[in-house]
Design a protein. Structure first.
Length: 138
C-alpha cells in the first residue's frame, strides 16, 4: 500500500509541478476542527456556500474556484488534501490560473486548507453541479 501511495503522490506532484512546493503537513499538524468541518461538507444536509453548473468549460470552473477561495483568504499558498497517508496535505502556490494544475493532480473533491490553518474549503462535483463549501476555524 505504501508503495502505491508513494507512486500516486509522485504522479500528483509531477502533474502540478508548476505550483507545488516541497512542504507537506502531517495529519497531526492539522487543527482538530479541520476534519470535522470536512465531514460536515460531505453531509447530506450540508448546504454549499456556492454552486456552479457542471456544464461550464474547465476555465470557468477554475476561475470560479479561485475567486471563491480568494474571498475567504486563500491568496498566496494553501494545502491540498491528497487522501494519501504518506503525505496527507501538500502545499501549493496560488499564481494566476493555479486551479487547473490542481485538477490535473487530483481528479475531484478538492479540499484546501489555508496556509495559516485558519480556514478549510472544498470544491466537489455533484450531480449536475459543482459545490463550494468553506469553514473558518476558531
Amino acid at each position: 500500500m505504501d508503495r502505491r501511495e508513494r507512486q500516486e503522490l509522485d504522479r500528483m506532484l509531477r502533474a502540478a509541478a508548476e505550483v507545488v512546493t516541497a512542504h507537506t503537513l502531517a495529519s497531526a499538524e492539522v487543527p482538530d476542527g479541520v476534519l470535522e468541518a470536512v465531514r460536515g461538507f460531505w453531509s447530506m444536509s450540508a448546504e454549499p456556500a456556492a454552486t456552479l453548473n457542471d456544464a461550464v468549460p474547465d476555465e470557468r470552473l477554475d476561475s470560479w474556484a479561485e475567486e471563491l477561495l480568494a474571498r475567504h483568504g486563500f491568496r498566496t499558498s494553501a494545502f491540498l488534501l491528497t487522501d494519501l497517508g504518506v503525505a496527507p496535505w501538500i502545499e501549493f502556490r496560488m499564481p494566476p490560473a493555479w486551479f487547473s494544475s490542481i485538477r490535473r493532480a487530483k481528479e475531484s473533491s478538492w479540499v484546501f486548507l489555508r496556509s495559516d490553518l485558519g480556514a478549510v474549503a472544498a470544491v466537489s462535483e455533484q450531480e449536475y453541479r459543482f459545490e463550494f463549501f468553506v469553514s473558518h476555524l476558531p
